[in-house]
Design a protein around this ligand. Structure first.
Ligand code: FNR
Length: 363
Protein backbone atom coordinates (compact mmCIF):
# COMPACT_ATOMS: atom_id res chain seq x y z
CA UNK A 1 0.00 0.00 0.00
CA UNK A 2 3.04 2.26 0.44
CA UNK A 3 2.96 3.31 -3.19
CA UNK A 4 -0.18 5.38 -2.50
CA UNK A 5 1.04 8.61 -0.99
CA UNK A 6 -2.23 10.56 -0.80
CA UNK A 7 -5.91 9.86 -0.31
CA UNK A 8 -6.41 11.20 -3.83
CA UNK A 9 -4.17 8.45 -5.21
CA UNK A 10 -6.20 5.81 -3.38
CA UNK A 11 -9.33 7.39 -4.82
CA UNK A 12 -7.95 7.31 -8.36
CA UNK A 13 -6.93 3.67 -8.02
CA UNK A 14 -10.34 2.71 -6.59
CA UNK A 15 -12.23 4.55 -9.31
CA UNK A 16 -10.15 2.81 -11.96
CA UNK A 17 -11.01 -0.63 -10.63
CA UNK A 18 -14.69 -0.45 -9.61
CA UNK A 19 -17.46 -1.39 -12.06
CA UNK A 20 -19.21 1.70 -13.46
CA UNK A 21 -22.50 1.49 -11.55
CA UNK A 22 -20.79 0.96 -8.19
CA UNK A 23 -18.12 3.56 -8.89
CA UNK A 24 -20.76 6.15 -9.69
CA UNK A 25 -22.95 5.16 -6.73
CA UNK A 26 -20.05 5.72 -4.32
CA UNK A 27 -18.66 8.80 -5.99
CA UNK A 28 -21.68 10.83 -6.96
CA UNK A 29 -23.49 13.69 -5.26
CA UNK A 30 -27.04 14.91 -5.69
CA UNK A 31 -28.32 16.71 -8.80
CA UNK A 32 -25.73 19.12 -10.31
CA UNK A 33 -23.12 18.18 -7.67
CA UNK A 34 -22.52 21.84 -6.73
CA UNK A 35 -22.33 20.99 -3.04
CA UNK A 36 -20.08 18.02 -3.76
CA UNK A 37 -17.49 20.35 -5.28
CA UNK A 38 -17.99 22.96 -2.53
CA UNK A 39 -17.24 20.42 0.21
CA UNK A 40 -13.67 20.37 -1.12
CA UNK A 41 -13.38 23.98 -2.30
CA UNK A 42 -14.46 25.41 1.03
CA UNK A 43 -11.49 23.74 2.71
CA UNK A 44 -9.19 25.23 0.10
CA UNK A 45 -10.52 28.72 0.91
CA UNK A 46 -9.20 28.44 4.47
CA UNK A 47 -5.59 29.29 5.30
CA UNK A 48 -3.53 28.00 8.22
CA UNK A 49 -1.52 30.58 10.19
CA UNK A 50 1.47 28.73 11.66
CA UNK A 51 3.30 29.86 14.77
CA UNK A 52 7.10 29.58 14.73
CA UNK A 53 9.57 28.61 17.44
CA UNK A 54 6.99 27.49 19.98
CA UNK A 55 9.50 25.06 21.47
CA UNK A 56 7.56 21.81 21.46
CA UNK A 57 9.12 18.53 22.51
CA UNK A 58 6.33 16.08 21.84
CA UNK A 59 3.26 15.85 19.64
CA UNK A 60 -0.04 14.23 20.62
CA UNK A 61 -2.78 13.52 18.10
CA UNK A 62 -5.08 11.69 20.47
CA UNK A 63 -8.37 12.97 21.79
CA UNK A 64 -11.45 11.80 23.66
CA UNK A 65 -14.85 11.41 22.06
CA UNK A 66 -17.96 10.68 24.12
CA UNK A 67 -15.64 9.49 26.86
CA UNK A 68 -13.61 7.12 24.62
CA UNK A 69 -9.97 7.72 23.84
CA UNK A 70 -9.13 7.68 20.12
CA UNK A 71 -5.65 7.84 18.59
CA UNK A 72 -6.55 10.76 16.35
CA UNK A 73 -9.58 12.99 15.67
CA UNK A 74 -10.53 11.12 12.48
CA UNK A 75 -13.19 8.42 12.30
CA UNK A 76 -15.09 6.52 9.62
CA UNK A 77 -18.53 7.76 8.58
CA UNK A 78 -21.35 5.35 7.75
CA UNK A 79 -21.58 4.42 4.10
CA UNK A 80 -24.07 1.90 2.79
CA UNK A 81 -23.31 -1.50 1.24
CA UNK A 82 -19.55 -1.82 1.64
CA UNK A 83 -19.33 -5.36 0.21
CA UNK A 84 -19.63 -3.76 -3.20
CA UNK A 85 -16.13 -2.35 -2.54
CA UNK A 86 -14.59 -5.50 -1.08
CA UNK A 87 -15.91 -9.05 -0.55
CA UNK A 88 -15.67 -8.67 3.25
CA UNK A 89 -16.99 -5.08 3.25
CA UNK A 90 -17.90 -3.69 6.64
CA UNK A 91 -16.18 -6.53 8.53
CA UNK A 92 -12.73 -5.48 7.29
CA UNK A 93 -13.40 -1.75 7.34
CA UNK A 94 -14.16 -2.07 11.06
CA UNK A 95 -11.00 -4.14 11.58
CA UNK A 96 -8.95 -1.33 10.11
CA UNK A 97 -10.62 1.11 12.50
CA UNK A 98 -9.88 -1.26 15.39
CA UNK A 99 -6.23 -1.60 14.39
CA UNK A 100 -5.86 2.19 14.12
CA UNK A 101 -7.79 3.05 17.29
CA UNK A 102 -10.45 5.18 15.60
CA UNK A 103 -14.25 5.18 15.63
CA UNK A 104 -16.19 3.18 13.07
CA UNK A 105 -19.80 4.13 12.33
CA UNK A 106 -21.76 1.29 10.75
CA UNK A 107 -24.55 2.21 8.33
CA UNK A 108 -27.76 0.33 9.07
CA UNK A 109 -27.93 -0.17 5.28
CA UNK A 110 -24.99 -2.54 5.45
CA UNK A 111 -24.16 -5.74 3.67
CA UNK A 112 -22.87 -7.31 6.91
CA UNK A 113 -25.14 -7.54 9.94
CA UNK A 114 -24.38 -5.33 12.92
CA UNK A 115 -23.59 -8.49 14.91
CA UNK A 116 -21.11 -9.75 12.27
CA UNK A 117 -19.38 -6.36 12.39
CA UNK A 118 -19.23 -6.46 16.19
CA UNK A 119 -17.74 -9.97 16.15
CA UNK A 120 -15.17 -9.03 13.52
CA UNK A 121 -13.74 -6.24 15.69
CA UNK A 122 -14.77 -6.68 19.31
CA UNK A 123 -12.37 -3.98 20.51
CA UNK A 124 -13.24 -1.31 17.95
CA UNK A 125 -15.25 1.67 19.14
CA UNK A 126 -18.39 1.15 17.09
CA UNK A 127 -21.35 3.46 16.66
CA UNK A 128 -24.50 2.42 14.80
CA UNK A 129 -26.10 4.81 12.30
CA UNK A 130 -29.82 4.36 11.90
CA UNK A 131 -33.06 6.09 11.05
CA UNK A 132 -36.33 6.22 12.95
CA UNK A 133 -38.75 4.08 11.02
CA UNK A 134 -42.51 4.32 10.70
CA UNK A 135 -42.49 1.05 12.55
CA UNK A 136 -41.13 2.14 15.93
CA UNK A 137 -40.94 -1.49 17.05
CA UNK A 138 -38.47 -2.14 14.21
CA UNK A 139 -36.40 0.84 15.40
CA UNK A 140 -36.56 -0.40 18.99
CA UNK A 141 -35.22 -3.81 17.88
CA UNK A 142 -32.26 -2.21 16.09
CA UNK A 143 -31.48 -0.23 19.25
CA UNK A 144 -31.55 -3.25 21.48
CA UNK A 145 -29.46 -5.29 19.00
CA UNK A 146 -26.89 -2.45 18.96
CA UNK A 147 -26.81 -2.34 22.76
CA UNK A 148 -26.35 -6.11 23.02
CA UNK A 149 -23.60 -6.14 20.40
CA UNK A 150 -21.59 -3.49 22.28
CA UNK A 151 -22.10 -0.40 20.11
CA UNK A 152 -21.21 2.74 22.06
CA UNK A 153 -23.50 5.32 20.46
CA UNK A 154 -26.44 5.69 18.10
CA UNK A 155 -26.06 8.04 15.16
CA UNK A 156 -29.47 9.21 14.04
CA UNK A 157 -29.42 10.54 10.49
CA UNK A 158 -31.83 13.48 10.38
CA UNK A 159 -31.32 14.79 6.85
CA UNK A 160 -33.16 12.08 4.95
CA UNK A 161 -36.95 12.32 5.01
CA UNK A 162 -36.57 11.02 1.44
CA UNK A 163 -33.51 10.16 -0.64
CA UNK A 164 -32.48 12.76 -3.20
CA UNK A 165 -31.90 11.88 -6.82
CA UNK A 166 -28.43 11.01 -7.94
CA UNK A 167 -28.63 11.03 -11.68
CA UNK A 168 -25.98 8.42 -12.30
CA UNK A 169 -27.90 5.90 -10.18
CA UNK A 170 -31.01 6.52 -12.22
CA UNK A 171 -29.07 6.30 -15.47
CA UNK A 172 -27.27 3.11 -14.39
CA UNK A 173 -30.45 1.61 -12.95
CA UNK A 174 -28.27 1.02 -9.91
CA UNK A 175 -28.96 -2.23 -8.07
CA UNK A 176 -27.43 -4.02 -5.12
CA UNK A 177 -25.60 -6.95 -6.74
CA UNK A 178 -27.80 -10.03 -6.38
CA UNK A 179 -25.29 -12.00 -4.26
CA UNK A 180 -25.43 -9.30 -1.56
CA UNK A 181 -28.15 -8.53 0.98
CA UNK A 182 -29.12 -5.71 3.29
CA UNK A 183 -28.01 -7.77 6.24
CA UNK A 184 -29.73 -5.96 9.11
CA UNK A 185 -33.17 -6.28 7.62
CA UNK A 186 -34.98 -9.56 8.03
CA UNK A 187 -36.70 -9.37 4.71
CA UNK A 188 -34.01 -9.07 2.04
CA UNK A 189 -35.73 -7.03 -0.64
CA UNK A 190 -36.38 -8.91 -3.86
CA UNK A 191 -34.02 -8.09 -6.68
CA UNK A 192 -36.54 -5.90 -8.47
CA UNK A 193 -37.28 -3.74 -5.49
CA UNK A 194 -33.66 -2.63 -5.09
CA UNK A 195 -33.21 -1.63 -8.72
CA UNK A 196 -32.45 1.94 -9.73
CA UNK A 197 -34.69 4.36 -7.89
CA UNK A 198 -36.23 1.21 -6.37
CA UNK A 199 -33.63 0.94 -3.62
CA UNK A 200 -34.30 4.48 -2.52
CA UNK A 201 -38.03 3.87 -2.69
CA UNK A 202 -37.79 0.69 -0.65
CA UNK A 203 -35.74 2.40 2.05
CA UNK A 204 -37.70 5.63 2.16
CA UNK A 205 -40.99 3.78 2.35
CA UNK A 206 -39.85 2.52 5.72
CA UNK A 207 -38.81 6.01 6.96
CA UNK A 208 -41.10 8.10 9.12
CA UNK A 209 -41.47 11.33 7.13
CA UNK A 210 -43.67 12.81 9.85
CA UNK A 211 -40.74 12.62 12.29
CA UNK A 212 -40.08 15.66 14.51
CA UNK A 213 -37.63 16.35 17.35
CA UNK A 214 -40.01 14.34 19.51
CA UNK A 215 -38.50 11.31 17.73
CA UNK A 216 -35.14 12.00 19.38
CA UNK A 217 -36.83 12.32 22.79
CA UNK A 218 -38.48 8.96 22.16
CA UNK A 219 -35.18 7.39 21.08
CA UNK A 220 -33.53 8.73 24.19
CA UNK A 221 -36.30 7.27 26.34
CA UNK A 222 -35.61 3.75 25.07
CA UNK A 223 -31.80 3.69 25.33
CA UNK A 224 -28.92 4.59 27.60
CA UNK A 225 -26.58 4.96 24.62
CA UNK A 226 -25.58 8.51 23.68
CA UNK A 227 -27.31 9.83 20.58
CA UNK A 228 -25.53 11.77 17.83
CA UNK A 229 -27.68 13.73 15.37
CA UNK A 230 -26.14 13.43 11.90
CA UNK A 231 -26.97 15.85 9.10
CA UNK A 232 -27.43 19.13 10.98
CA UNK A 233 -26.66 22.27 8.93
CA UNK A 234 -28.17 25.07 11.05
CA UNK A 235 -27.39 26.45 14.48
CA UNK A 236 -31.04 26.47 15.57
CA UNK A 237 -31.43 22.81 14.61
CA UNK A 238 -28.30 21.98 16.59
CA UNK A 239 -29.88 23.59 19.66
CA UNK A 240 -33.10 21.61 19.10
CA UNK A 241 -31.10 18.41 18.83
CA UNK A 242 -29.27 19.08 22.09
CA UNK A 243 -32.46 20.07 23.87
CA UNK A 244 -34.03 16.83 22.67
CA UNK A 245 -31.18 14.94 24.34
CA UNK A 246 -28.34 14.52 21.83
CA UNK A 247 -24.82 14.20 23.19
CA UNK A 248 -23.23 14.90 19.82
CA UNK A 249 -23.93 16.80 16.61
CA UNK A 250 -22.42 15.51 13.37
CA UNK A 251 -22.44 18.44 10.97
CA UNK A 252 -22.96 16.75 7.61
CA UNK A 253 -24.59 17.22 4.24
CA UNK A 254 -24.57 13.46 3.68
CA UNK A 255 -21.49 13.72 1.49
CA UNK A 256 -23.45 16.16 -0.74
CA UNK A 257 -25.84 13.34 -1.63
CA UNK A 258 -29.04 14.90 -0.30
CA UNK A 259 -30.03 18.49 -1.14
CA UNK A 260 -27.74 20.01 -3.76
CA UNK A 261 -27.10 23.69 -3.06
CA UNK A 262 -26.66 23.39 0.69
CA UNK A 263 -23.42 24.83 2.08
CA UNK A 264 -20.20 22.93 2.47
CA UNK A 265 -20.06 21.47 5.95
CA UNK A 266 -16.86 23.30 6.90
CA UNK A 267 -18.71 26.57 6.08
CA UNK A 268 -21.55 25.93 8.54
CA UNK A 269 -19.40 24.44 11.27
CA UNK A 270 -18.66 27.79 13.03
CA UNK A 271 -22.39 28.68 13.17
CA UNK A 272 -23.17 25.37 14.81
CA UNK A 273 -20.26 25.42 17.24
CA UNK A 274 -21.34 28.92 18.29
CA UNK A 275 -25.02 27.99 18.67
CA UNK A 276 -24.31 25.16 21.13
CA UNK A 277 -21.33 26.66 22.94
CA UNK A 278 -23.20 26.87 26.23
CA UNK A 279 -24.35 23.26 26.12
CA UNK A 280 -22.56 20.10 27.09
CA UNK A 281 -22.33 18.62 23.59
CA UNK A 282 -19.62 17.56 21.17
CA UNK A 283 -19.63 18.77 17.56
CA UNK A 284 -18.15 16.70 14.73
CA UNK A 285 -18.17 17.18 10.97
CA UNK A 286 -17.81 15.18 7.77
CA UNK A 287 -17.79 16.02 4.06
CA UNK A 288 -14.81 16.53 1.80
CA UNK A 289 -12.05 15.65 4.25
CA UNK A 290 -9.14 14.18 2.28
CA UNK A 291 -6.06 15.84 3.82
CA UNK A 292 -4.47 16.19 7.23
CA UNK A 293 -4.75 19.95 6.83
CA UNK A 294 -8.54 19.55 6.39
CA UNK A 295 -8.68 17.79 9.75
CA UNK A 296 -6.68 20.63 11.24
CA UNK A 297 -8.93 23.34 9.78
CA UNK A 298 -12.07 21.61 11.07
CA UNK A 299 -10.61 21.36 14.57
CA UNK A 300 -9.61 25.02 14.48
CA UNK A 301 -13.19 25.92 13.65
CA UNK A 302 -14.43 23.99 16.67
CA UNK A 303 -14.98 20.37 15.61
CA UNK A 304 -14.06 17.78 18.23
CA UNK A 305 -13.28 15.38 15.42
CA UNK A 306 -13.97 14.68 11.76
CA UNK A 307 -15.22 11.64 9.89
CA UNK A 308 -14.50 10.40 6.38
CA UNK A 309 -16.93 8.46 4.21
CA UNK A 310 -15.68 7.96 0.67
CA UNK A 311 -11.96 7.83 1.56
CA UNK A 312 -12.64 4.63 3.55
CA UNK A 313 -14.48 3.18 0.54
CA UNK A 314 -11.48 3.95 -1.66
CA UNK A 315 -9.08 2.31 0.79
CA UNK A 316 -11.39 -0.69 1.10
CA UNK A 317 -11.58 -1.09 -2.67
CA UNK A 318 -7.86 -0.83 -3.21
CA UNK A 319 -6.60 -2.95 -0.34
CA UNK A 320 -9.27 -4.16 2.09
CA UNK A 321 -8.19 -3.72 5.71
CA UNK A 322 -4.67 -2.60 4.70
CA UNK A 323 -6.12 -0.11 2.24
CA UNK A 324 -8.30 1.53 4.90
CA UNK A 325 -5.36 1.55 7.29
CA UNK A 326 -3.23 3.18 4.61
CA UNK A 327 -5.87 5.89 4.13
CA UNK A 328 -6.06 6.49 7.89
CA UNK A 329 -2.28 6.60 8.23
CA UNK A 330 -1.91 9.05 5.38
CA UNK A 331 -4.31 11.37 7.21
CA UNK A 332 -2.54 10.64 10.49
CA UNK A 333 0.90 11.53 9.10
CA UNK A 334 -0.35 14.65 7.35
CA UNK A 335 -2.22 15.77 10.47
CA UNK A 336 0.84 15.12 12.61
CA UNK A 337 3.22 17.23 10.58
CA UNK A 338 0.56 19.93 10.32
CA UNK A 339 0.43 20.09 14.11
CA UNK A 340 4.22 20.24 14.25
CA UNK A 341 4.81 22.84 11.56
CA UNK A 342 1.88 24.99 12.67
CA UNK A 343 3.38 25.15 16.15
CA UNK A 344 0.41 23.53 17.89
CA UNK A 345 1.73 20.16 19.05
CA UNK A 346 -1.45 18.84 20.64
CA UNK A 347 -5.07 18.83 19.56
CA UNK A 348 -5.92 21.15 22.46
CA UNK A 349 -3.51 23.76 21.08
CA UNK A 350 -5.49 24.22 17.85
CA UNK A 351 -7.43 27.43 18.49
CA UNK A 352 -9.67 29.40 16.19
CA UNK A 353 -6.97 31.94 15.32
CA UNK A 354 -4.92 29.22 13.58
CA UNK A 355 -7.17 29.46 10.53
CA UNK A 356 -8.43 32.39 8.44
CA UNK A 357 -10.72 32.57 5.44
CA UNK A 358 -8.84 33.53 2.24
CA UNK A 359 -10.91 36.71 1.94
CA UNK A 360 -8.91 38.14 4.86
CA UNK A 361 -5.83 38.07 2.63
CA UNK A 362 -7.39 39.39 -0.56
CA UNK A 363 -8.40 42.91 0.38
C1 FNR B 1 -23.12 7.85 2.48
N1 FNR B 1 -23.58 8.49 3.61
C2 FNR B 1 -24.46 7.85 4.44
N2 FNR B 1 -24.91 8.48 5.57
C3 FNR B 1 -25.76 7.85 6.41
O1 FNR B 1 -26.14 8.43 7.42
N3 FNR B 1 -26.17 6.58 6.14
C4 FNR B 1 -25.77 5.89 5.05
O2 FNR B 1 -26.15 4.73 4.86
C5 FNR B 1 -24.92 6.56 4.13
N4 FNR B 1 -24.52 5.95 2.99
C6 FNR B 1 -23.63 6.56 2.16
C7 FNR B 1 -23.17 5.90 1.02
C8 FNR B 1 -22.19 6.47 0.22
C9 FNR B 1 -21.69 5.72 -0.98
C10 FNR B 1 -21.66 7.74 0.55
C11 FNR B 1 -20.57 8.36 -0.27
C12 FNR B 1 -22.13 8.41 1.66
C13 FNR B 1 -23.00 9.80 4.01
C14 FNR B 1 -21.74 9.57 4.84
O3 FNR B 1 -22.08 9.09 6.12
C15 FNR B 1 -20.96 10.87 5.06
O4 FNR B 1 -21.81 11.85 5.57
C16 FNR B 1 -20.25 11.36 3.80
O5 FNR B 1 -19.75 10.29 3.03
C17 FNR B 1 -19.12 12.30 4.17
O6 FNR B 1 -18.54 12.86 3.05
P1 FNR B 1 -17.20 12.29 2.34
O7 FNR B 1 -16.21 11.98 3.43
O8 FNR B 1 -17.62 11.08 1.58
O9 FNR B 1 -16.79 13.42 1.48
Amino acid sequence: MDKYISVKELEDAALASLPKAIREYYKSGAAEEYTLAENRRAFQRLRIRPKCLVGWTYCDLSTTVLGEKVTMPVGISPTAMQRMAHPDGETVNVKAAEAEGVIYILSIISTSSLEEVAQAAPNAIKWLQLYIYKDREMTRKFVSRAEQAGYKALVLTVDTPVFATRRSDVRNNFALPSHLRLANFNLPPKKDSVKGGGLATYMTNTFDKSLTWEGIRWLKSITKLPIVAKGILRGDDAVKAVEAGCAGILVSNHGARQLDGVPATIEVLPEIVDAVKNYNVEVYMDGGVTLGTDVYKALALGAKMVFVGRPALWGLTVGGKEGVQRMLNLLRDEFEYTLQIAGTPTVADIKKDMVLHESAYCR
